[in-house]
Design a protein around this ligand. Structure first.
Ligand code: CA
Length: 363
């Protein structure tokens, strides 16, 4: 190419982009949203996923789409994020839908139900197993659209002041355990309590409650639960892979330019991956510190798991009879779960069971 010809073409290119610039500016309007998190700032895995999301959205739109994140209680109480998004007080929220089982028990499927899916299976259900579509009608009734926005992985069963050696030891025990898990526990004789995370330490210390579950080693250590209860039980059979959701007011969502929607959705997916990675990375160190400090690790007796599972599925049949959403979502979810468990017990479970519990033989 001759130099003169090149310059002419380059000039044409510049002219073309100069003409196109106003159109780009128009498709990138300045938008300011507010997002309420259900979590306090000190829980940096849960709240932090929201921070990551809003930063990514701002960076990817050259600062045009700004979302201001508020911690639990700053503008909305942590347990009322859905209400605030529904009535348009805020455009979006970062929360766990099972906080809203009082409105409809079917919200729990977007987070976790006892003896449900693990984190990978929850993602598979949401992204490729019809989960997002199954949940959409329920969220739409509350004026929202929902995106997976984090996962803690399988949780711990919580902190107990006394050992649980038999099913009978649960009887009369006052335990902080919310949602459907609380309903299942009550069928095993537990008296479930709804207490916010920030008040757990005091409630256990004062003996207002006998036991409390929160998340897992990394978060539980931050709340200081190891200082007020000695026995740390596993697994949290009510939360095999609880998902956090980003919820957006539908009327606000439809006003977003297509490119902003794509960025927002990608940022949700990124937060979903990173929250689990952070937990998986941080939990072993926290667990070592806890055990080093005197925490006694205990597995739940098999009888507790078996009784819990039986009570859970009896509860689901009752909920399906009461909530049309629960019934319709549960039917598809149950089939999906059966297929997932069939597959996971072949390669995944046999791999995990062998390598997690054995050491390579030393020469
Ligand atoms: Ca929990």
């Amino acid at each position: 190419m001759k130099r003169r010809q090149f310059l002419t073409q380059a000039g044409a290119g510049l002219a073309a982009s100069a003409v196109a610039a106003p159109a780009i500016a128009q498709s990138q309007p300045a938008i300011h949203w507010r997002m309420a998190s259900s979590f306090p700032k000190n829980l940096d895995t849960l709240y932090g996923a929201g921070e990551m999301l809003v930063k990514r959205v701002a960076d990817a739109t050259d600062g045009k789409f700004q979302i201001r994140l508020f911690a639990s209680g700053e503008i909305v109480p942590g347990l009322q994020v859905l209400d605030a998004v529904q009535n348009g007080t805020i455009e979006c929220g970062h929360t766990v839908p099972y906080y809203y089982v009082g409105k409809d028990p079917a919200f729990a499927f977007a987070t976790a139900i006892p003896f449900g899916l693990n984190a990978r299976q929850q993602n598979a259900w949401m992204y490729y197993g019809g989960g997002t579509q199954a949940m959409a009608a329920l969220f739409r009734e509350y004026g929202c659209i929902q995106f997976p926005g984090g996962n803690t992985g399988a949780q711990m069963g919580g902190w107990f002041r006394k050992e649980i050696k038999t099913l009978a030891d649960l009887r009369g025990l006052k335990m902080r355990i919310p949602g459907l898990a609380g309903q299942v526990m009550s069928r095993l004789g537990v008296v479930p309590q709804q207490i916010a995370g920030g008040e757990l330490y005091q409630a256990l210390e004062r003996g207002t409650i006998d036991a409390a579950e929160w998340v897992g080693p990394y978060d539980d250590e931050k709340l200081g639960l190891n200082k007020v209860a000695k026995y740390y039980y596993y697994p949290g059979w009510w939360e095999g892979g609880p998902q956090l959701s980003v919820i957006v007011n539908i009327k606000k969502w439809v006003t977003l330019p297509k490119a902003y929607k794509a960025v927002f959705e990608a940022a949700c997916a990124e937060s979903n991956v990173h929250m689990l990675a952070r937990y998986d990375s941080a939990n072993p160190h926290a667990l070592k510190r806890l055990v080093g400090g005197g925490t006694q690790l205990r597995p739940f007796p098999k009888a507790v798991l078996e009784a819990g599972q039986k009570a859970a599925f009896e509860l689901y049949d009752e909920l399906a009879a009461k909530s049309p959403y629960f019934k319709s979502i549960y039917e598809g979810w149950l089939k999906f779960r059966a297929d997932q468990f069939l597959w996971f017990r072949v390669a995944e479970a046999s791999y995990d069971n062998f390598v997690f519990t054995s050491q390579p033989r030393k020469k």
